[in-house]
Design a protein around this ligand. Structure first.
Ligand SMILES: C[S@@+](CC[C@H](N)C(=O)[O-])C[C@H]1O[C@@H](n2cnc3c(N)ncnc32)[C@H](O)[C@@H]1O
Length: 600
């Protein structure tokens, strides 16, 4: 058990909490993330296995520099909390951090700006420490050493860089290699350009004794906890036994790809960061591991191209960044018709969003296995095991002898479209007595909510007329803060004619600096709400066509928004038989977006 420390470091907010409790909390986090999605109601969640060791495990530290402090930003600020007694860093990483800290206190003159914080007139903004273990002979941590990268805010001379490298390695045997990196303006700790100053620049690294080695370079990705990462790899290799062709997306420097290939599978590894995956191939060749092919590029573009070529995969493994994967990639995964999919996720919420969509595409997760990849933090890493399974039936809001009204899911068009593997119409026609159904109107693929179908083509006309004069209400999240209410009257061009159009809106709430509005179009012109709200400077968030690309990117990264935020929540029809009110609640994916936005 870890005892409570006096102050809680932002890196380990759960330190001091009994380990069993931490693991139960992590499992509960995953459970909570699944709960909002009806498609995931029957998924079981394993207990979280114990991480060994629970302390002194961290293979990588990106430490910020401020004055003479080396540590992490206090949450929501740019104040650095010094992590001098950090109990989770692996011993070699801890030793090098202590050496850098001592040098910040007393920087050698000839190292110039490299070892002086940028807020003290120097150039140093952060230090990236990456542990490397070639455990081939002496067992894990037998040969631990560290790749040190100084992240600088400005250029320094070669002489200053060399003096800094000498200073950090003198008296610190764990330093294996030193590089400098120019950070650029982005929020990332490291920029694109790294320059080797001293040492080999790349070293063999193993997750576990006996595992194939990979090539570690300055700043390269490594799982935070070797023991837990190795257990995850074991579980994945066992689950994919007998799969002759595996596609691995987001393969990094190939630790898992090499394991899978060395166990006999043919692995095609796709990764955007060229040096990492090129090193995987070099490591495979040097170890005579056959069967590994690599592809450098965007995982979505690569898989969409494979699907378009009609390729198939026995198994697909993916380990994306926190934001999860875009809808096009989920559709391409389903199109490759894999017998097994293994989805490794570091954010259970985006995982749940993606699993719900994959379930509708015919790939269902029955079981999730959460891991304690970063003990003492709130982080939970989860493996989802997916298999082909019939998609859940469409949700019916109302049906009678002539009409079927469904709650349309996002990411599917109303009628079949070549870019989408499934349509609302196809799912409606799978209902009993609905094989001749036709849509009364169309919602865009990205829009969810109330959607009307006539049971037979001859039933469409009266409902189409009732819909044209009926009241329709949508929920939309739009960029910026709108007036409390407003009316947009603006002709919209359709089929070469300008047609008078009116949309009324009321703001319901401000969430994360944006407006949640109820919008009611008097007509039902193509993209009426999207075009009208964009025309007054408040485009829908997530709308790639009429929206604001930087805001869309931000909401995708931070708030898990993967489609236009537009939901048809209510339609009122005056039918000959009497009034009919159809309503749909806020869908789970948009509820998640609002929750994340109000948290941030
Ligand atoms: C969570 S890491 C997983 C790394 C790898 N599975 C491992 O264990 O070493 C995510 C990886 O995805 C890569 N990546 C990020 N965006 C990508 C994209 N659009 N296409 C392909 N790879 C991407 C990153 O470079 C990073 O290596």
């Amino acid at each position: 058990m870890v005892m409570a420390s006096e102050h809680v470091c932002p890196g380990c907010p759960r330190i001091g909490v009994v380990e069993e409790t931490q693991r139960a909390e992590k499992r509960a986090q995953v459970e909570h993330a699944l709960q909002r999605f009806a498609e995931l109601a029957r998924v079981t969640i394993d207990e979280v296995p114990r991480a060994e060791p629970p302390l002194r495990y961290r293979t990588r530290a990106k430490l910020m520099v401020q004055g003479t402090s080396l540590g992490l930003f206090r949450e929501g600020t740019h104040d650095v909390v010094d992590t001098v007694d950090c109990p989770v860093l692996a011993p070699a990483v801890h030793e090098v951090a202590a050496r850098v800290r001592a040098l910040l206190d007393d920087p050698p003159r000839d190292a110039g700006a490299v070892l002086r914080a940028s807020d003290r007139g120097g150039a140093l903004a952060a230090v990236d420490l990456r542990e490397v273990v070639d455990a081939g002979v002496a067992g894990l941590r037998g040969h631990a050493s560290v790749l040190v990268t100084f992240a600088l805010d400005r250029e320094v001379s070669e002489r200053e860089a060399r003096a800094a490298a000498d200073a950090v390695r003198n008296g610190c045997a764990s330093v294996a290699s030193v590089a400098i990196n120019l950070r650029g303006r982005g929020p990332q700790v490291l920029g694109a350009e790294t320059r080797l100053v001293w040492g080999p620049g790349e070293l063999r690294d193993r997750i576990a004794p006996g595992a194939p080695w990979t090539l570690a370079t300055h700043g390269s990705f490594v799982q935070a906890h070797r023991g837990v990462a190795a257990a995850m790899h074991d579980a994945i290799v066992a689950a994919l036994e007998g799969a002759p062709r595996v596609i691995e997306l987001f393969a990094g420097s190939g630790a898992l790809a090499l394991r899978l290939a060395s166990s006999g599978a043919r692995v095609h590894a796709i990764e955007a960061f060229a040096p990492a995956i090129e090193n995987a191939k070099r490591a495979a060749d040097a170890q005579r591991i056959g069967g590994l092919s690599i592809e450098i590029g965007d995982a979505t573009a690569a898989l969409v191209a494979m699907a378009a070529r009609g390729e198939r995969a026995d198994a697909i493994v993916l380990d994306p960044p926190r934001r999860g994967v875009p809808p096009e990639l989920r559709a391409a995964i389903a199109a490759l018709a894999p017998a097994r999919v293994v989805y490794v996720a570091c954010d259970p919420e985006t995982l749940a969003r993606d699993l719900a969509h994959l379930a509708r595409l015919g790939l269902a997760a029955r079981r999730l296995s959460p891991y304690d990849l970063m003990p003492q933090s709130a982080h939970v890493e989860t493996i989802a095991w997916l298999e082909p399974s019939a998609p859940p039936p469409v949700r019916v809001l109302h049906e009678d002898e002539r009409l079927i009204v469904i709650d349309k899911d996002p990411h599917e068009p109303t009628t079949p479209h070549p870019e989408h593997p499934i349509s609302a119409l196809a799912r409606v026609r799978a209902l009993p007595g609905a094989e001749h159904a036709v849509p009364v109107h169309r919602l865009d693929a990205g829009t969810s909510g109330v959607c009307l179908f006539a049971r037979r083509p001859e039933h469409v006309e009266p409902f189409a007329r009732a819909l044209a004069t009926g009241r329709k209400r949508y929920l939309a999240l739009v960029r910026g803060v709108t007036h409390g209410k407003g009316i947009v009257r603006r002709a919209l061009r359709e089929e070469g004619r300008d047609l008078p159009s009116t949309t009324r809106f009321t703001r319901r709430a401000i969430v994360g600096g944006h407006s949640l509005v109820r919008a009611a179009p008097d007509e039902g012109r193509t993209h009426q709400i999207r075009r009208h709200l964009a025309s007054i400077g408040h485009p829908l968030l997530g709308d790639a066509r009429y929206g604001h690309a930087p805001s869309n990117r931000h909401l995708w990264e931070r708030a898990a928004l993967d489609r236009p935020f537009l939901h048809c929540e209510r339609i009122e029809l005056a039918l000959e038989s009497g009034p009919l009110v159809l309503e749909s609640g806020l869908p789970a994916d948009l509820a998640l977006v609002l929750e994340r936005l109000s948290r941030s």
